[in-house]
Design a protein. Structure first.
Length: 279
């Protein structure tokens, strides 16, 4: 067996970020071969990931980023178990590097994203190394991208919420509008762009709730449908992006705010990721 020195252990620790004892053990198993020891540490990370699969990972970091031309944007969330790890330099830098990788390569899906290399290893290998270093369950399964004439991202509350929105065209003051709409999505959490985009099962559920509430209030049975439709209209106004009151000027809807710049300017798509939820 090779003689493992303190300098060898320190060197591997610097390269891998793993703990001193883990590095010493890996070097001993690898008979002093740094490359093999590094691979042992990676495999250990994968084992830690599997071991902690039943743990809750509700902390982490959310980031939205766009290309310089603002025609592509990505929003992603990486989760971990504790706020301590979620705020750590290694974790934050890892998530930021994923965002850089996304805007540089413009992947359409998370599967495509995971296939890229981050340095000289894959995204999945880099994640497993981080698992091994932190000892926590870490998940990267929240990723979305938008390609549109204009795309805007917004990061809110210490990167606990990130939003991404696509606009239908370039127009006067579009950068201001895009930023404001991305902020609106973060603050008001709409469920759809417009009422026509709300799933039918949600509509039916809201109608049924509206009828039941009216029934409990003692309203005549013949009036229930009309009352429920009125409550549904309020639901659309509060929960669909284009119909929501603009948070900076509540006399305007988001639709009014966009049309004031250009009658054809509208939202093509949006995403909102928040710690503890994908929406």
């Amino acid at each position: 067996m090779s003689n493992i020195t303190a300098a060898d252990v320190a060197k591997l620790r610097k390269q891998s970020g793993a703990g001193m004892m883990d590095c010493k053990t890996a070097l001993q198993e690898a008979d002093g071969d740094f490359e093999k020891a590094f691979e042992i540490l990676r495999k250990k990370g994968a084992k830690v990931a599997a071991k902690r699969a039943d743990k809750e990972a509700t902390e982490g970091y959310v980031i939205a980023k766009t290309t310089d031309d603002k025609q592509y944007g990505a929003v992603l969330m990486v989760n971990c178990e504790t706020d301590f790890v979620g705020k750590s330099e290694d974790f934050v830098n890892f998530v930021k590097s994923l965002a850089d990788l996304a805007v540089a390569n413009r992947p359409a899906t998370i599967e495509e994203m995971k296939g890229y290399n981050l340095g000289n290893i894959t995204v999945e290998q880099a994640l497993n190394e981080l698992v091994g270093k932190t000892g926590e369950k870490i998940e990267f399964d929240s990723f979305a991208a938008i390609s549109a004439p204009k795309v805007y991202g917004y990061n809110h509350l210490g990167n606990k919420i990130g939003t991404l929105v696509g606009l239908s065209k370039d127009a006067a003051d579009v950068d201001i509008k895009g930023h404001d709409v991305a902020m609106q999505i973060a603050a008001m959490n709409p469920i759809a762009i417009d009422k026509s985009n709300v799933p039918q099962d949600v509509v039916e559920k809201e109608l049924e709730i509206g009828k039941e509430l009216a029934r409990q209030e003692g309203k005549p049975e013949a009036m229930l449908e009309k009352i429920a439709q009125g409550r549904l209209s309020k639901f659309f106004k509060e929960n669909t992006l284009l119909n929501q009151e603009f948070i900076k000027e509540n006399k305007l809807s988001i639709n009014d705010y966009l049309k004031a710049t250009d009658k054809d300017l509208t939202v093509t798509n949006f995403y909102r990721f928040a710690l503890g939820s994908k929406f």
